[in-house]
Structure formats: C-alpha cells, structure tokens
Write a new protein. Structure first.
Length: 75
C-alpha cells in the first residue's frame, strides 16, 4: 500500500468498511478522493483490516502514509 487510496481499494466491501469506521459509505468515497483517512479512524481501521484479512495495516504504516505528502512537499 503506497497511498490511502490504494489501501481503501484493498477492502472489497466498502459498506462493511464504512460500518466498521462508524461513517456513511459516502465518507469512504471522500477519504479515497482526498487520499486521506483522518487519524481518528485509524484504530477502527486497523481492527477491521485484521478481521477481514487486509495485511500491513498498522499505526506505523498509516502514519507513514499520512507523512508522505509532507515529505514530498519538502523535497
């Protein structure tokens, strides 16, 4: 996973993802369009990824994705 957009793409059931995060499905589409998932949802996202078998979703991996735009703009 190199972007939040690609991470969201790994979840086959967007309705279940939305339910796990406690948001409407339209929020998942907005997260994907913005290529960002607010940190307030990360713990739920990590737990849901574990349940559905999406590997590599950790607080550290999410933090790296969130920091990536900052690192790119500083270069």
């Amino acid at each position: 996973m190199s972007t939040f957009k690609s991470l969201i793409g790994q979840f086959e059931d967007r309705e279940a993802l939305a339910a796990a995060l406690g948001v409407r499905r339209s929020h998942i589409a907005a997260f994907k369009n913005r290529d960002s998932i607010p940190a307030a949802y990360w713990l739920r996202l990590i737990a849901h990824a574990e349940v559905v078998g999406v590997e590599g979703v950790t607080a550290e991996s999410l933090a790296r994705l969130a920091a990536k735009p900052l690192a790119e703009s500083a270069a």
